[in-house]
Ligand binder design. Structure first.
Ligand code: AMP
Length: 142
């Protein structure tokens, strides 16, 4: 099972923002879209970083509410780990667990083509398990 399977189901739209959006604006977008991270991109679409809700919390914890006026570029993670759609879902999950983050942008030829959250992977696995269980029940029932 590869990353492309989840992208096909969930879609390939990625929430992005420019490096100069403020943390306040970023937090509003995260809340409105009910997501946990924004990929920060330059105007040419190249990935500049990733800003997760955890980065916003850390910024406010260390600088107080004034941090909300800072640009995302000052608090995002610049070195973004990405994956490609031919990678197995389990290998992506292993990498996310090992590195302790919950978002993995998917790229192709350097372009952003999707994003997986740990929630997407857990949902996918639950659906898989339900399908396996139903198949097993059918088999036993003859
Ligand atoms: P998260 O668990 O995704 O909320 O992120 C925890 C921390 O890891 C934050 O500082 C994020 O900026 C960072 N982070 C999240 N996803 C990635 C990624 N794919 N590559 C590098 N850093 C990441």
């Amino acid at each position: 099972m590869t990353v492309s399977l989840i992208l096909t189901k969930k879609g390939r739209v990625v929430a992005t923002a420019a490096p100069d959006v403020t943390l306040q604006e970023a937090a509003k977008t995260l809340a409105e879209k009910r997501i946990g991270a924004l990929v920060i991109t330059h105007s040419d679409g190249a990935i500049a970083g990733i800003l997760s809700e955890r980065d916003v919390v850390r910024a406010v914890a260390s600088k107080g509410a004034a941090a909300l006026n800072d640009p995302a570029s000052g608090h995002m993670t610049q070195k973004v780990v990405t994956t490609s759609e031919d990678k197995t879902i389990i290998s992506v999950l292993e990498e996310m667990s090992a590195r302790r983050f919950r978002h993995m942008p998917v790229t192709s030829g350097g372009r952003l083509i999707g994003i997986l959250s740990i929630g997407d992977i857990v949902n996918h696995r639950l659906q898989e398990m339900e399908a396996e269980q139903a198949a097993l029940k059918d088999y036993i029932a003859g």
